[in-house]
Write a protein that binds this ligand. Sequence first.
Ligand SMILES: [Zn+2]
Length: 308
Amino acid sequence: LSNSHFIIHILGANSAKPPIGLNQTSQLLTIGEGSYLLDCGEGTQFRLDELRLKQNRIKAIFISHLHGDHYLGLMGLLSSMSMNHRTADLHIFAPKGLIEILTVQMHFTEFFPEFELNFKEVNSVSLEKIYEDKQIIVESFPLSHRLPCWGFLIREKIGERRIIAENIPENFPYPFLAKIKNSEIVVWNEQTYHFEDISLPPLPPRKYAFCTDTLFLPHIAQWIAGADLLYHDATFETQHEIRANETYHATSAQAAQLAEMSGVKKLLIGHFSSRYANYNKLLVEAKAIFENTELAIQGNFYPIFNET
Ligand SMILES: [Zn+2]
């Protein structure tokens, strides 16, 4: 059965002041032929190149908030896209202010990309659709951080019914196959073919929730419920929970609590504080609450498979 992939590549998972060799937040989500960038810390374009991920396949960029470690790689990436002769439109979703920041930079550097940039301000007050294409729907929802900040829920669209090859008669016309995939009943050679007899339902659509930077917010469980994967701010260990509250971040145990409450299948934690030499304790504390947790490791990729 053919099925397009749905993969999250971690380009960076550290907070501000990362150790040498590690990057600030950025992820590339690849679905089929297209890809989508979530946050764009400094050096994002170089991490894409290292992993041989094509900049020009990026259809849309989603920026959670305007702390530098989440967007300062953007200008460099846009410049490179232009030098690489990108022609396709690019959609950028970000909180208020990013358009002004980039406009000033473009004005004084006399850099004007040859492709179309479509900016949209993210300002949703609950779960609201902000983007849709052939493959996915993206919704944003407010988080709680020192700056206005939003999380993103990326949902695959429901696909076609899947043909059962051995149940299809010889020479069955292709246009009729298309109708079967579209849940229609077909009459051919005086025989009726019911779509349920010769095809299987579409694969269940996959769902990814990206939540950083934020305090632990129990009420967002309703918006991310049942996601296949949740990425969540886990800047601090439990011993630094007070610091997490002061800086509007979460502990890994809180990330795990949210995963548990929202019934997601898997949790990925990141935005690691520079105070920790390694992230074992963050992982152990999360796993004690939600077993299916992994650290977001820069350079690693995390595929989401359809469950049939
Ligand atoms: Zn921040």
